[in-house]
Design a protein around this ligand. Structure first.
Ligand code: GLA
Length: 731
């Protein structure tokens, strides 16, 4: 074992990145720095490794050693209260990151520092790895800290290695363990249900443990997504305050514990939920956890969100810097009631509207038990002969004739009990062998832990592409949670939830290997599966089945803290009471689509939509790749306002809405812009003006960027102008 004492003082410097090692007396400091921040680990003379700091980086790395001694918060009884990865069963008294039962049945663990290494992956990316080992048992853990320097994002995960002679049981196995010192902490968390995704709540964290978790297995985020924010000392605003964003990149059961301890410090431990998931690790086996992502900003939520959005576009979201297809979807236009003829009509409407693609939703498959409602047919992925006598191929061909692309809905992980698939393969279904079945939306989940099921699910997608090479888009749905978790295939039921998610990722890996670029929408009865592990396979997600534009303003607002606009599929539908202009304006704030009966639109409504799509095509580079600034919060004001500004600060598009119906409400005050160039001159004009109406904005006026940011601009929102889209253009 390499000890601390023979380690030399070394600081590694390389272009743009500073990750090093400083040894001062018997304390070793490992600063992990991004552009603005540092996460600092410290190893003491007894090889305990602590996380001593995560905050704005200091000018001199040698100052990090003085951090801990500057805090006089009380007695430290264990030497591991601020552990970088809290082990349990020995000295520790707090919530652990890892709990194991050794091969001999012993439950104690201590993890001491062995060595550390830094691997540079590019000018922007470096991975620090820290090897820890139990001094008594042959169990190793490696902590990984991957930094994305310019985006101020840190990705953490761990590897647990069993070098013992027999099986080790992992009772808890977190991805990451943070320890934050501060005066007080404020948590912003989210909750929801179907059509009510991303409802925020902010509260001061009190002593004890607050757990954010899910045990749903699939559609795991239905009640609670894993994204959260922690503000330090006082609640952060868009532009002020220190705030940490965190999320586990994982599509199954997660658990994040936030423990305010007796010293008033905050321990954050996040990983796979260990709920009924004790994991047996065989000798020489390695358990790799999913990644926990954080970004930290000292200038409010806006900076944090822009950092996370850039990171997602640059490194995580599939084709994050690429393009997307506008579309017409038939779900709300037809539900299950359609046939080839009707769809041919909709393909013509797709062309008429001016979008890129027609998306055929649920209801196109199954014959013995036709999919004419959500009670039957799921799992039987052959075209329904009655509705589509000439198959999908004929629709793809007709789409080509109309010069539009064709996409299709699938939900390949699921099965209706009333299906041929269920009849043939009851052993492929997740259910308790001795208990009555219990359904979510009349369906059950297929056992993705079983490789045969993985092949089947892959086959659903592969066959569609093999038969229709010109298929241009997939909407992948996942509508059920897991009840009665049990796999006939698995010997160890405690591995079920984990193996399910591994199976899912294996299928998605295979799909992406064969079809690397085809756009896929991540849907889960709405936003039930929006996370940064799934999004590496998907180009976009469906935030919610709730498309009421007023609701969407609030929902898209919250999603925008964590996910870039290019990933948010927003469709114009008939939900809500607002006119088509309002609905279209709101949908334009992300990836635009429609789910309406085009033939029911009045001539003016149709004209408006056609023009708005053209405008969208012009501005989509700014909406997708620009910097997003939330200007006026619908939860705090009668007007919601959000602006997207190009990197060169020459072009912008601002969306403004009335969100309060009370008498006389509107934009009484000018709305202050952010992100413009103070020294540039700008013109502001109105976009998406409804046919036959006139804009009240004087497009000829010239404003200094400085004025627009210090005084602001009034979009003239009132009861007659409830939705106003503005073009900002530098002269
Ligand atoms: C889910 C999706 C909807 C639609 C239906 C089809 O609810 O969220 O968009 O695709 O399934 O059954």
């Amino acid at each position: 074992m390499r000890t601390l004492y023979n380690m030399k003082l070394s600081v590694t410097l390389f272009s743009g990145l500073m990750v090093g090692l400083l040894q001062v007396k018997s304390q070793t400091i490992i600063p992990i720095e991004t552009k603005h921040n540092a996460l600092v680990l410290q190893v003491d003379a007894k090889a305990n490794i602590a996380m001593v700091y995560y905050g704005p980086k200091l000018a001199a790395q040698s100052d990090y050693i003085n951090i801990v001694s500057s805090y006089k918060q009380g007695s430290e009884y264990t030497g591991v209260v601020d552990a970088a990865y809290t082990a349990s069963g020995s000295r520790n008294l707090m919530e652990p990151a890892i709990t194991v039962t050794h091969a001999d049945g012993n439950n104690s663990l201590d993890l001491l520092f062995v060595s550390h290494a830094v691997k540079k992956e590019s000018d922007n990316i470096a991975i620090t790895s820290i090897v820890l080992k139990d001094p008594v048992y042959n169990l190793k853990t490696i902590l990984y800290y991957k930094i994305y320097y310019n985006e101020d994002v840190i990705e953490q995960w761990s590897e647990i290695k069993n070098n013992e002679k027999g099986n080790v049981t992992l009772q808890k196995f977190a991805s990451a363990n943070l320890y934050l010192r501060g005066n007080s902490f404020y948590l912003t968390q989210y909750h929801g249900d179907w059509a009510k995704e991303m409802q925020p709540e902010e509260s001061k964290i009190t002593h004890g443990i607050k757990t954010l978790d899910t045990k749903l297995g699939t559609r795991a985020n239905l009640f609670q997504p894993s994204v959260f924010m922690v503000s330090m000392d006082k609640p952060a605003t868009e532009t002020e305050g220190t705030v940490l964003y965190g999320t586990l990149a994982y599509s199954g059961n997660f658990r994040t514990d936030l423990e305010l301890d007796y010293l008033d410090n905050l321990r954050i431990i996040s990983g796979i939920n260990n709920y009924v998931s004790a994991y047996t690790l065989k000798p020489n086996e390695v358990f790799t956890t999913p990644a926990f992502l954080t970004t930290l900003s000292s200038s409010g939520k806006g900076t944090a969100s822009r950092n996370l959005q850039s990171w997602a576009r640059n490194y995580r979201l599939l084709d994050g810097k690429g393009t997307r297809l506008t579309l017409l979807n038939n779900w709300e236009a037809t539900y299950f009631d359609f046939d080839e003829n009707k769809l041919f009509g909709l393909l013509k409407d797709t062309k008429k509207l001016g979008v890129d693609l027609f998306l055929l939703d649920d209801g196109w498959f199954a014959n013995k038990y036709p999919r004419n409602g959500d009670v039957a047919g799921l799992g039987d992925w052959a075209e329904n002969k009655k509705k589509l006598p000439n198959g999908i191929a004929s629709l793809v061909k007709e789409a080509e004739n109309n010069e539009v692309k064709f996409g299709i809905w699938i939900e390949p992980e699921m099965v209706n009990p009333k299906s041929e698939l269920y009849e043939k393969h009851p052993d492929w279904v997740v259910k308790q062998p001795k208990r009555e079945e219990f359904y979510f939306r009349n369906q059950l989940v297929l056992d993705l832990a079983n490789p045969k099921v993985q092949d089947f699910v892959f086959g659903v997608v592969d066959d569609l592409f093999k038969q229709n090479p010109n298929l241009a888009y997939i909407k992948w749905d996942c509508n059920a949670v897991i009840y009665n978790a049990h796999s006939v295939y698995l010997k160890n039921q405690s591995h079920f939830y984990i193996e399910y998610v591994r199976g899912l990722y294996q299928v998605l890996e295979r799909i992406r290997k064969k079809y690397p670029t085809v756009p896929m929408m991540l849907c889960s009865g709405g936003g039930g599966r929006v996370d940064y592990a799934a999004l590496q396979y998907f180009t976009e997600f469906w935030p919610s089945d709730n498309t009421d534009p007023l609701e969407r303003i609030f929902m898209q607002w919250e999603y925008s803290y964590f996910y870039p606009a290019i990933s948010s599929s927003n469709h114009v539908t008939d939900w809500g009471k607002q006119p088509i202009k309002f609905r279209t304006d709101v949908a334009m704030m992300g990836k635009l689509g429609f789910d309406i009966v085009v033939s029911h639109l009045s001539p003016n409504d149709l004209k408006f939509c056609q023009d708005a799509i053209k405008t969208y095509n012009e501005f989509k580079p700014v909406i997708w790749q620009g910097d997003q600034y939330r200007l006026s919060n619908p939860r705090e004001s009668s007007v919601a306002s959000m602006v997207y500004i190009s990197e060169d600060k020459k072009t912008g598009i601002a969306f403004n809405y009335l969100v309060n119906n009370r008498y006389g409400e509107g934009s009484k005050l000018p709305i202050k812009f952010h992100g413009l160039d103070a020294s540039k001159k700008y013109k502001i004009s109105e976009l998406n003006v409804y046919p036959g109406t006139k804009s009240s904005i004087d497009a000829a006026k010239v404003y200094n960027g400085d004025f627009l940011m210090k005084i602001g601009f009034n979009p003239d929102i009132n009861q007659y102008r409830t939705s106003v889209v503005l073009k900002i253009e530098a002269l």
